[in-house]
Design a protein around this ligand. Structure first.
Ligand SMILES: *Cc1c(COP(=O)(O)O)cnc(C)c1O
Length: 426
């Protein structure tokens, strides 16, 4: 067999569909985020502004966070030295888990190497341990949650995105005694919409289900101490398992779940994704903890984040650009075509020194391709004006559609109809 040719063809198939991904070679400049040095294919470099980072609050360059990482690396060295079972548990990791349990007001927390791994490990292990468990999963859940559901091997029911009526129907059709797990997100990162958390908790109570929430796009950013949307809405207590990342709002790396002691101990004891991999190194743990503790007491980043996100939405909408109005910090601008979306992104980078990754299928449904803009507290008002001019110029040059997206255009609304689901998330 021509193995090489086979793999080349596999990648060509993606190119044909305009789904082939090219990564931008960026060097972020600490102290000047969101500015970065970009290197093109010919290795020419220039300074650009990043408008699509998931380091939502710029905590990745916070001086206290950097100092925690540097000091800990200098004192404890860089690696963890093994799995948690084999000498990998380090002091900063123990302290990080305490800090997370406190953040979510739970008994305990368990840290993984990424948010992806935490979802896969926790969902699959919890569902697998419960006899004949049935999982109720939101239609737009992240790829890592879908992976956890699959990996569990248990039966699943997909409920239409944020549709509590549909969830109720599905729950009511199952034997009251059967163990049930409802898995969903708080902020959905492509449309920036928020789950009806209270209503889902009410249903869980009524039908005797466990609740599992992914707060990846909310921790650090919502709630008086950065505990997420569930904290903001006074619902943390009603959620059984809260999952988050240390890599987005907190600006470092790693993932976690927080829950009661029994659940955490079970996942710790049974999940291969936790047991058989090297622990997070001490310096990363110390940096993540510094970031979490800072955001527990400082609301300044959260306030500035919301202000700049709102200003961006207002200014872009005012310029007649097709902005999806959201209630969160995520600002999607709909293009509606894969080729045009890539062209817009390329032109922003080449002509305007602005980096916004195109978001195409299968991350979002076909016809809803978009630029997903994530303003941070460190994007100044001037930068927002610059962005407006750049987008208006690109929209004219490429003759992109300007109609304000109706609700139909949003991925969730489209997907709650009878349209087929993409097979891969991410
Ligand atoms: C990014 C993301 C994850 C994975 O988190 P990482 O720490 O980046 O692995 C999980 N869930 C959602 C909804 C995400 O967007």
């Amino acid at each position: 067999m021509d193995y090489r040719g086979f793999f080349e063809d596999a990648v060509d198939a993606l190119r044909q569909e305009k789904r082939y991904r090219v990564f931008a070679d960026l060097e972020r400049i600490a102290g000047q985020f969101p500015r970065a040095i970009y290197r093109d294919a010919a290795d020419n470099q220039r300074e650009i502004t990043i408008w699509c980072s998931n380091d939502y609050l710029g905590m990745g360059q916070n001086p206290r966070v950097i100092a925690a990482m540097q000091d800990t690396a200098a004192k404890l060295g860089v690696g963890a030295g093994g799995t948690r079972n084999i000498s990998g548990t380090n002091r900063p990791l123990v302290e990080l888990e305490r800090s997370l349990a406190d953040l979510h007001r739970k008994d305990a927390a368990l840290v993984f190497t990424s948010g992806f791994v935490s979802n896969e490990a926790a969902i699959s292990t919890i569902a697998r341990l419960l006899p004949d468990c049935i999982i109720f999963s939101d239609q737009l859940n992240h790829a890592s949650m879908i992976q956890g559901v699959r990996q569990s091997g248990m039966q699943k029911q997909i409920f239409r995105h944020n549709d509590v009526g549909h969830l109720r129907e599905l729950l009511a059709a199952v034997d009251r005694q059967r163990p049930k797990l409802i898995v969903f997100e708080s902020v959905y990162s492509m449309d920036g919409d928020v789950a009806p958390i209270k209503e889902i908790c009410d249903l869980a109570e009524e039908f005797g289900a466990l609740t599992y929430i992914d707060e990846v796009h909310a921790v650090g950013m919502y709630g008086p101490r950065g505990g997420g949307i569930a904290e903001r809405d006074g619902l943390m207590e009603r959620i059984d398992i809260i999952e988050g990342t240390l890599a987005k709002g907190f600006g470092v790396m790693g993932g976690y779940v927080a829950a009661n002691r029994a659940i955490i101990d079970a996942v710790r004891s049974y999940a291969p994704e936790f047991i058989f991999t090297t622990a997070l190194p001490p310096a990363l743990c110390a940096a993540a903890r510094a970031s979490i503790e800072h955001l527990k007491v400082s609301g300044a980043e959260r306030a500035a984040h919301q202000r700049q996100a709102q200003l961006t939405k207002d200014i872009l909408a005012d310029a007649g650009l097709p902005v999806l109005r959201t209630n969160t910090h995520i600002v999607p601008v709909i293009v509606g075509d894969a080729r045009a979306c890539k062209a817009a992104s390329d032109m922003l980078l080449e002509k305007h020194n602005i980096y916004i990754q195109p978001i195409n299928y299968p991350t979002v449904p076909k016809g809803t391709e978009r630029l997903r803009i994530t303003p941070t507290p460190l994007h100044s008002d001037e930068m927002i004006i610059e962005l407006r001019h750049a987008l208006v110029s690109v929209w004219s040059a490429l003759q992109l559609p300007r109609e304000r997206p109706t609700e139909k255009v949003s991925a969730s609304k489209l997907m709650s109809g009878q349209l087929t689901l993409p097979t891969v998330g991410g």
